[in-house]
Design a protein around this ligand. Structure first.
Ligand code: ADP
Ligand code: ZN
Ligand code: ZN
Length: 661
């Protein structure tokens, strides 16, 4: 009787064998229901054979093979195997995770009733592309039958999206499908709308985690059946089955949200390169501020660099950038006289302004100035954030919340003060200062409601807002042509953070923020408040000079031995038992030293910045190597050792190419 080898969502590095009377090789990639212990589990058939390492009498039979949906294709399974091996994550969870949740249910799935209610915007003609855009689009088209990685570097507003559209429509005209990745769920509606305007006859589906379960299954199936020509999605879409895939576009490729921070810690950007390689197709990474990894790859000719150096719309210029050092006594208030003056001018002229502060809530700390007590989370190594609107203290890491204390629990002082600013405090200050202005705060708190983003964006576009106060959710990629002034507050922390990627992130953020100012005919102005106006990062920002910044930063990284000059992986472990996690790490360190080869550097375990999270103690252990392949073979051996010596109550995961140390 045929034996099926099944991937199950279990943290074990192996497949599970079952008997099946009618299984055939065509069933590889199909979903299957199998008995496991006392329950039934959904798995995916990875192979069908006549052999098992387990005696046949001891094998159980499958409950059911589901043939209602096409199997996962061989190329997709290859990609998933690669992800499992490269990220050192068990294959079962990797495979099951690639299915939409609706197809992982033991009850089977209920097909969505077809209702094609696609909003049909008015078609909009393509503007005639400029020389740089034409060159870029032609270069991509010329490589359409090969693997080729392009880095499309273009300043904000230079027309990168038009280049994507050109390349996409060419690929679709030739019968292909295209995968377009975007970093943020909030960005999909805007981009979807723009794509539909420009490609009205093309069947496009968007794929992200805010869809209902049924919708997500339906769209996934439209991609798999080849009906959908363009699949626009967040990082999870990199695992979507797309049988006639001819092109992959990764917009804002530098964005950290392409990296999944739990479970399989994959980088959707890096996997899209691998997928393009497997499918022998071109992939386009686009950004105004490429990640230093991608920039380094372009400089060393691993990626082909395409450049858009000016804003696409005639007359649109880059904003003037001003660095303002606020007087000391003003820092506490958050807004310098220069910033307030610039905001006042815009109000008089009836133009929109944006105040960017990357911290939500009212204030990041509640402090007693008599004894130095700081209101902290009991479960995490973090301060609680004051949320004045909701009248509570909130932990931004574990969600813990409680009422705002009225006096200091240590010394009884009733005069607690809020240190530092969040969006709510800046909003309050602005209301005091400009009582007649229409002020809107936009952060993940204000966007928590369904449809909040659509309403917010509509209000901004309609000019119903004078001053926007927002975090990066407001800044990423959105186009609000009425904004002529951007004020950036509270940026200095990132300059001196102990994360070596801090300045790379800050640079990208500031360029994005600055890109919001003066996108249309109105010239824009940017005011950055900083105590360090002479810092080289700001010099590069002022000159709109990414390459200068990247050269400086790469030099620093080369000298310090940081990525992209070396490759890293982190073992992360956590447990409610501090003893257990320490013991686990000691064993892990022991086996690492035992297995380590020349060239691989094993550091000592240390607590991460968040040493406690949601009541669990955390430890991490960094390993690094100049050669990726040597690091990989070390990780494989180490992973096996870690699986062989489990420690109960300890969760652990390997994070390959970590973005956070
Ligand atoms: P990016 O994606 O690089 O930020 P976009 O593609 O959004 O830039 O283009 C910025 C603006 O310029 C958009 O309003 C777009 O319609 C316009 N645009 C793009 N290319 C051209 C062009 N060749 N001629 C005129 N306008 C253009
Ligand atoms: Zn006190
Ligand atoms: Zn907490």
């Amino acid at each position: 009787m045929p034996i099926v080898h099944v991937a199950l969502d279990l943290p074990l590095n192996r497949l599970f064998d079952y008997l099946s009377e009618d299984a055939a090789t065509q069933d590889v990639g199909r979903r299957v229901l199998v008995p496991f212990g006392r329950e039934q589990k959904v798995g995916v058939i990875m192979a069908v054979s006549q052999q098992s390492d387990i005696a046949v009498e001891r094998l159980k039979g499958v409950t059911q093979i589901w043939r209602d949906v096409d199997p996962l294709s061989a190329p997709l399974l290859t990609l998933l195997r690669f992800a499992s091996e490269y990220y050192h994550h068990p294959l079962g969870p990797v495979i099951l995770n690639a299915l939409p949740p609706g197809l992982r249910r033991t009850k089977g799935w209920v097909p969505l009733k077809r209702r094609r209610t696609v909003a049909s915007p008015k078609p909009r003609a393509c503007p005639p592309l400029n020389d740089e855009q034409l060159t870029a689009a032609a270069a991509i088209h010329a490589q359409r039958h090969h693997f080729y990685a392009f880095l499309l570097k273009g300043i904000t507003g230079s027309g990168k999206t038009e280049v994507y559209l050109e390349a996409i429509s060419a690929a679709v005209r030739e019968g292909g499908q295209v995968l377009v990745l975007v970093p943020e769920i909030n960005l999909t509606p805007a981009l979807e709308h723009r794509f539909r305007e420009r490609l009205p006859d093309i069947h496009l589906v968007s794929l992200h985690s805010h869809l209902t379960e049924k919708e997500r299954v339906a769209r996934w199936l439209e991609a798999q059946s080849g009906e959908a020509a363009v699949i626009l999605g967040t990082r999870l879409a990199v695992f979507c089955p797309i049988p006639r895939l001819r092109l992959i576009v990764v917009d804002e490729e530098h964005d950290p949200s392409y990296k999944q921070q739990e479970g399989l810690r994959y980088s959707a950007r890096n996997l899209s390169i691998v997928r393009a390689q497997l499918e022998k197709i071109p992939v386009v990474l686009g950004s105004a501020t490429p990640s230093l990894e991608s920039w380094f790859n372009a400089r060393s000719n691993r990626y082909h660099l395409l450049t858009l150096s000016r804003r696409a719309q005639t007359n649109a210029t880059l904003p003037a950038i001003q660095l303002v050092e606020p007087p000391r006594e003003v820092v506490a208030q958050g807004l310098s006289p220069a910033a307030l003056g610039a905001l006042g001018e815009r109000l008089m002229r009836g133009e929109q302004s944006l105040v960017f502060i990357n911290r939500r809530g009212y204030s990041p700390a509640l402090v007693c100035n008599q004894c130095g007590w700081v209101c902290s989370c009991d479960r995490c190594s973090a301060r609680l954030v004051v949320h004045l609107r909701a009248r509570e203290m909130r932990c931004h890491h574990c969600g813990h919340h409680r009422p705002i204390p009225h006096h200091c629990p240590t010394c009884g002082n009733a005069q607690l003060f809020t240190a530092g600013e969040g969006t709510q405090k800046i909003e309050a200050r602005l209301r005091e200062h400009f009582p007649d202005a229409r002020i809107l705060r936009v952060d993940s708190d204000s966007l928590a409601r369904v449809n909040a983003w659509a309403e917010t964006a509509a209000a901004i576009s309609a000019g119903e807002v004078d001053i926007l106060v927002g975090t990066q959710v407001l800044v990423k990629g959105h186009d609000f042509p009425r904004i002529t002034l951007v004020v950036a507050l509270n940026v200095d922390g990132a300059l001196y953070s102990n994360d070596f990627r801090g300045s790379e992130r800050l640079f990208a953020q500031l360029v994005q923020v600055a890109g919001r100012a003066g996108r249309a005919e109105h010239p824009g102005e940017v005011v950055i408040q900083t105590a360090f106006p002479g810092h080289p990062l700001f010099t590069a920002i002022r000159h709109h000079d990414y390459e200068q910044f990247a050269a400086l930063e790469l030099d620093t990284r080369r000298m310090a031995g940081f990525p992209p000059f070396i490759h890293q992986a982190i073992l992360r472990a956590s447990s409610i038992s501090e003893k257990a996690v320490i013991r686990f790490m000691e064993n892990a360190l022991g086996s690492a030293h035992h297995l380590v080869q020349e060239g691989v550097l094993v550091f000592d375990p240390v607590p991460p910045a968040m040493a406690r999270l949601a009541g669990k103690t955390r430890l991490q252990l960094l390993v690094q190597c100049a050669q990726r392949s040597e690091l990989q073979s070390f990780l494989s051996a180490w992973q096996n050792a870690l699986f062989e010596t489990p420690e109960s109550r300890v969760n652990w995961v390997l994070d390959v190419d970590p973005l956070e140390l």
